[in-house]
Design a binder for this molecule. Sequence first.
Ligand SMILES: Cc1cc2nc3c(=O)[nH]c(=O)nc-3n(C[C@H](O)[C@H](O)[C@H](O)COP(=O)(O)OP(=O)(O)OC[C@H]3O[C@@H](n4cnc5c(N)ncnc54)[C@H](O)[C@@H]3O)c2cc1C
Length: 142
Amino acid sequence: MPHMPDLRPAWFIRAGLFLYDHLARRELLPGSRGIVMRGHPAGAPLVESIKRGFVYSDGWVNDARLVVLNALDAAEHGATILTRTKLLSAVRAGGEWRAQLRRADGTTLGVRAASIANAAGPWVGELLQARWAARRRTACGS
Ligand SMILES: Cc1cc2nc3c(=O)[nH]c(=O)nc-3n(C[C@H](O)[C@H](O)[C@H](O)COP(=O)(O)OP(=O)(O)OC[C@H]3O[C@@H](n4cnc5c(N)ncnc54)[C@H](O)[C@@H]3O)c2cc1C
């Protein structure tokens, strides 16, 4: 990662990489380090005005395959996997969750669950609002 003048200060990036190194224990990959571009193989193809840079190692995974493999593993352990299915709402009633789902073909179905893990990523809040909205509607009897 070449350091350019318009980036954050070098010390700031170094501090960030230091934190990155220590977020998890390193067993296989080397830690990050600062480098001087002149004389370093990474600097060879770069313009001379780039004097410094940083080297860090990271892992890579095919996240689509990871999701599929997780789903297959869960299915092998008895889970029902419903792809292209949206959770519309979930309300707590009678000591359990009653959830409304919508399939890609527009059909809806209701499921009951002892617990729910909200793993909607950036949509976590939106989903919570849908849940509360459904709860309010239920409370109002509409
Ligand atoms: C451009 C970009 C690059 C990134 N690069 C990296 C990287 O290199 N390394 C790294 O570690 N992280 C990276 N991240 C971060 C990483 O993608 C997220 O941290 C991770 O995907 C979060 O996983 P999640 O399962 O919590 O949420 P998500 O992967 O966002 O999954 C949430 C799922 O919930 C579904 N959903 C939402 N609402 C509903 C609903 N009502 N009913 C049913 N399903 C619903 C969505 O369709 C989605 O499939 C990157 C993120 C972005 C945006």
